[in-house]
Structures are given as C-alpha cells and as structure tokens.
Design a protein around this ligand. Structure first.
Ligand code: PMP
Length: 354
C-alpha cells in the first residue's frame, strides 16, 4: 500500500474474483458463467449502439427500463439498472446501512457482502447456516439489521421458497431485506411479486448468468419506488452513466428473446441433473442445488486436492479455503460436453472410485 492510502481502508480485504488463467485453454467451471453466447438480438443491438458511442449513455436507461418494466409487470420507477449486480449490492450497503444500521447475512454466502460492509464502514453479523447448509429463517426475524440473502444461496445452491422469503420480509418491517436472485432462473422462485406488498423488499437480479452476459456487466434491482429513488440518489452521486450504451441495448435484446433464455436455462438444469447423478454415482456428497452450479465433496479425497488435480487436467472449479467449505468444490454447470469431460476427469482421481 502507498503512504497515501486512506486509513479508513486499513482493514479492507478485497473480494477475490475466480481465477482467469491464460496459460492454457481451460474448461472453465469456476465463475458460474453461461457456456452459451448471448442471444443474437443482444449482440445485434449492442453492435448498433456501438456506432453512437460518441454520445453519453442515457443515465435514465429509458428504453431498457420500459422493456424491463413490461417484462416484469412493474412500474418504470420500481426498477434501477446497475453495472452488474455487484454495483447495486454496493449501492444497497451505501443506502440502507450505516454504523447504526448494521447488515446481517449468512456466514456462508456470497463473499462480496462482508467486503461491501467493510468498504462502507458498516458493522455486520454473519448468521451461521444450519449443519446441512440451509438457512434457519427465524434467525432473521426482527433482527433490526439490513438483511442480505442470496436466493438460491452461493456457494451451496440451496433455495428458500417465496413463502419463507416473505416470512423474513414480514418480520423485519423496520429494515430493508435484500434478496439477491443472481441464480433464481435455474430453479428457484422469484420474490419480485412481493414488492407491491412490502416496502422493505429489494430484489436484485443479474444478466450475468441466465442471460449469458457476464462480460456486459448488467444488473438491476426491483423494489417500491421509494427504495428505488434512494438507490438512484446514490447512483447519481457516484456514476450517473453507470451503464454503457452497448450493454443497455444488449439488455433490451436479451429480454426480447424469451425463448432463447428459457432454452439456455432448461439446458443448464438438464445438465445439472445429469452431473448430479454422475457425481453421486462416484460417491460425491452434494447439496440440493437450484443454481447453475453444484457444491460437492468426496468422503475419500480432500477438496483442495480435487481442485488442484482438476486444474492440472485443464478443468477449473472453485475451491474455498474457509473451514466449513474446504472439503467442497463449487462446480459451474456448463455444456453437456464440458460436464462429460469433468466426470471423466473425476473418475481418474485416485480414491474417487473405490
Ligand atoms: N450475487 C451473487 C450471489 C453472485 O454469485 C454474483 C456473481 N459473482 C453476483 C451477485 C454478482 O454478479 P454480477 O455483478 O456479475 O451481476
């Protein structure tokens, strides 16, 4: 660190993104990207928008907002777009937490939540998951903290029902509950329909996974118009042109092609079921995932060893060193061919087959 770095960041430990090595062509199953390209309309609209890059992008994202509002059956002032959902999560920490309003989230969840809390000087409580990695919803009732829950959770893939989410929202009338639905399209139910019933619910989604647009950086939040206005206050105080014109245009294209979206999600779900079945046959112990990844450990082989051996074989999965997670690997569900390569590679690891 330089001698100029503000002391307010003395304790800040940045988020570590999944590795992106370039030394060889990996089968990349470590960052929950889609194996499929974005839909053609998204690419086509982005190309058209590229011809007008001399102009600033629309800070109000009007065309995208109109398309999305119709798509989700909400009003235009009930949605805000951001540069990936990471940006809206940060905005939510800025807008709805401070030293008097701490944050709360599970001890095992998306690793960026504690980083955003630290970045913004927000105290936080990490609430332990149960032994089976599920969330005990009652732990979140009336806790007087801003709640952040990924649903399905990461890296476990386990989902709560909308009924359970509603219980958490209902039992926190004085605090905002942020439901991060990055993986919702792969088998869980969205809480978007609850936003008209509860003014303390913010639902966050992303184009990075189910809409194959991780590189475009597009996320959004849906909530009552007062919450969205607060988030816009933060946005207009940091980066009003947070979405570039090409991404904005691609975002419209992706919503217009619902058929392609459904086809990609169905394919991932099918490949997840196949992979789960294969891994279980090999003795792996797995959580019940509703996401585009599985979370698996093997009773006879160390988690890190599996990760390192796969890497040597040209397959990247995500390993976490955290005590409760270190026997597991999070494996992104890719194409059928990628999953076949993965299972063949696993079979070659000594100890996987007795
Ligand atoms: N939430 C969760 C639970 C995630 O796993 C991710 C992806 N790393 C994000 C949010 C952020 O995704 P993005 O910024 O690409 O929208």
């Amino acid at each position: 660190m330089s001698r100029f770095f503000s002391e307010k960041y003395d304790m800040l430990v940045p988020y570590v993104p999944g590795e992106q090595p370039k030394d060889m062509q990996y089968v990349k199953l470590n960052t929950n990207e889609s194996p499929f390209p974005p839909c053609e309309k998204a690419a086509e609209y982005a190309c058209k928008a590229a011809k007008r890059l001399q102009l600033y992008s629309d800070p109000e994202c009007r065309d995208l907002t109109k398309t999305a509002a119709e798509y989700f059956g909400i009003d235009k002032d009930e949605i805000i777009f951001t540069n990936g959902s990471d940006e809206i999560l940060n905005f939510a920490f800025m807008a709805f937490c401070d030293k008097n309003i701490p944050a709360a989230f599970p001890d095992i969840t998306y690793g960026f939540y504690p980083v955003f809390a630290q970045l913004n000087g927000v105290p936080y409580e990490e609430i332990p998951l149960k032994d089976d990695f599920s969330i005990n919803i009652e732990d979140y009732f009336g806790i007087e903290k801003t709640v952040f829950i990924a649903n399905p959770n990461a890296p476990t893939g386990i989902a709560l029902s909308v009924g359970e989410i509603e219980q958490i929202v209902k039992n926190n009338p004085g605090n905002v509950v942020v439901i991060d639905e990055a993986y919702v399209d792969f088998g869980a139910e969205s809480a978007v329909r609850l936003i008209h019933k509860y003014d303390n619910l913010l639902v966050v989604q992303t184009y990075s996974k189910s809409r194959s647009m991780a590189g475009a950086r597009l996320g959004f939040g849906i909530g009552c118009k007062e919450l969205i206005r607060d988030l816009n206050t933060v946005k207009y105080s940091t980066n009003p042109y947070n979405i570039n014109s090409m991404t904005m245009a691609a975002g419209i294209g992706a919503l217009e092609d619902g058929e392609y979206f459904r086809k990609c999600c169905d394919e991932i779900i099918k490949n997840r079921e196949w992979t789960t079945e294969q891994l279980k046959k090999l003795g792996f112990i797995m959580t019940d995932s509703s996401a585009n990844f599985v979370f698996a450990r093997h009773p006879n082989v160390d988690g890190k060893e599996i990760y390192l051996t796969l890497k040597q074989k040209g397959i990247l999965v995500r390993h976490f060193d955290k005590e409760r997670l270190k026997q597991y690997n999070r494996i992104t569900i890719g194409s059928a061919e990628q999953m076949r390569i993965l299972t063949e590679a696993l079979k070659e690891i000594p100890g996987v087959i007795k």
